[in-house]
Design a protein around this ligand. Structure first.
Ligand SMILES: Cc1cc2nc3c(=O)[nH]c(=O)nc-3n(C[C@H](O)[C@H](O)[C@H](O)COP(=O)(O)OP(=O)(O)OC[C@H]3O[C@@H](n4cnc5c(N)ncnc54)[C@H](O)[C@@H]3O)c2cc1C
Length: 442
């Protein structure tokens, strides 16, 4: 069905927003505050999407390690009205069996991978002319012809074979579960690097802090829901939107997966198992998030819920959230708690003195877009289809992104300004490329 409509002329200033996650709620509240009559359709039985808290052992736990970076704060401070706390960043990586502070400084990296591997990496790196320059241009590099040489070639050409094999390959295989040669170069640019990698290393020398809603992401979500309600937004839960629900008289901002509009299967996602563990101790350590890139561990990150915010301790028990990426695994194969616990002990994260009292598993579908080479072509065709329906896709799922909360708020604001200024779905397509290069901050 092709629909061409000028929303400004339609004049009713009614809008639909699909999805009540961060992006949808921000967009709905912003539209409501500009005088639009807004209805939100949410497939789940509650708001939040990836922000939706998981109640466990008296704590509203976040879905994995979730913090608000300084850049995001400027966007969220006014959109939420929550009580914010600033906490020092205490990340730790398990590398080569050692604990090294994360973000990685060069010397920590060297300590983690060992002296011999460091020398080999450095030699391989320095002996190849042009490598250092390429490494420094990690993020800004753009092939003139738009060609995508893939993750493996991109990283090997900038970090060297030794570093690729020791560090980048296992990490990529673990999270995405496909041979890294099949992944797009954008995975390296958006996910693995931290700005220009060399800048990231110098930044590691400075103490870092991050912002956090004192009551966790649950508090941020409550504030967004409240703000939308104050703006007159109505939310319908249990309402899954499909192409058949398109109403040409009502512009639709769509933050769900594009498959609901197109039936397209070319844009795959990978999910995430979350295993929550309640322990018989008040605190395990001061570390907020542990990072485990190696393939010897099934988990990728572990966070201690009580070390985020200040109102997060349930019944004086520590709660750990273990993130196990789907990789190439079957979502139905739930990680076994004994195996998770044994790995945490082997990694030195869970001391022998701590006993696991209780556990809870949550499967989170569609968390990571699988950016295979050529994904932009697939996305462009799905977006064309959506524009033909008169729908404006945005948000993490709508634009097939791996992104942070501030990016969601930015997309919501751009879409609202576009609609409010009389823009249509096709006009929105012209703005979309500006959102596709989001760099993920850990
Ligand atoms: C483990 C983890 C850690 C993270 N850590 C951080 C962090 O530290 N800092 C940070 O800034 N960001 C972090 N993020 C990212 C951040 O949580 C997300 O980018 C953000 O919440 C995405 O919001 P969204 O609204 O775009 O999408 P979602 O949260 O996916 O919301 C989409 C909503 O749309 C609904 N929906 C989907 N399809 C339909 C349909 N057809 N009809 C109706 N409803 C539909 C879904 O049910 C869902 O509620 C993290 C994410 C994860 C998974």
């Amino acid at each position: 069905m092709k629909v061409n409509i000028n929303w400004a002329e339609a004049g009713k200033r009614r809008a639909r927003v699909v999805g009540a996650g961060m992006t949808g709620l921000c967009a709905a509240a912003m539209l409501g505050e500009r005088g639009w009559r807004v209805e939100v359709l949410e497939a789940a039985d509650g708001a939040g999407g990836l922000l939706r808290p998981v109640p466990f052992h008296g704590v509203a736990c976040d879905r994995g390690s979730h913090r608000v970076h300084a850049e995001a704060y400027a966007w969220l401070r006014d959109a939420a009205g929550v009580r914010w706390v600033s906490r020092p960043r205490r990340g730790m990586m398990v590398l080569g069996g050692r604990h090294v502070p994360y973000p990685l400084a060069p010397w920590s990296f060297a300590r983690g991978v060992g002296a011999r591997a460091t020398v080999e990496m450095a030699a391989g790196f320095l002996l190849r002319p042009g490598m250092l320059a390429a490494f420094r241009r990690w993020e800004s590099a753009r092939p003139a012809d738009g060609a995508d040489e893939g993750f493996e070639a991109f990283v090997r050409g900038r970090a060297g074979t030794r570093a690729y094999e020791a560090f980048y390959r296992p990490y990529a295989e673990k999270v995405w579960g496909v041979p890294p040669a099949e992944l797009s170069r954008s995975v390296a640019k958006q996910r693995v690097s931290t700005a220009a990698p060399l800048r990231g290393w110098t930044a590691a020398r400075r103490p870092q802090s991050f912002l956090y809603p004192a009551g966790g992401m649950a508090a941020l979500l409550d504030a967004l829901v409240r703000r939308a309600a104050q703006a007159g937004v109505e939310v319908r839960y249990g309402a899954r939107f499909t192409a058949a629900d398109v109403d040409p008289r009502v512009p639709t901002l769509f933050t769900g997966g594009l498959g609901a509009l197109t039936g397209q299967v070319g844009l795959e996602h990978r999910g995430l198992h979350l295993v929550f563990l309640a322990l018989d101790t008040a605190r395990v350590s001061a570390v907020d998030t542990w990072y485990l890139p190696g393939t010897e561990w099934t988990m990728g990150r572990v966070s201690e819920v009580g070390n985020f915010g200040t109102e997060r301790r349930g019944r004086a028990r520590a709660v750990l959230c273990v993130e196990v990426p789907q990789g190439r695994g079957d979502p139905a194969r739930v990680p076994h708690v004994d195996d998770v616990t044994a790995q945490l002990r082997r990694a030195g994260i869970l001391p022998a003195r701590c006993r696991v009292l209780d556990h809870h598993h949550v499967w989170v579908d569609g968390v990571y877009p699988l950016h295979r080479r050529g994904w932009r072509r697939e996305l462009a065709s799905a977006l064309e289809h959506a524009a033909g329906l008169g729908v404006l896709p945005l948000g993490r799922q709508g634009l097939f992104l791996h992104c942070n909360l501030d990016h969601c708020a930015r997309m919501a604001r751009a879409a609202v300004e576009h609609l409010d200024g009389g823009g249509d779905a096709r006009g929105w397509l012209a703005l979309v490329p500006g959102f596709l290069d989001a760099r993920v901050r850990d």
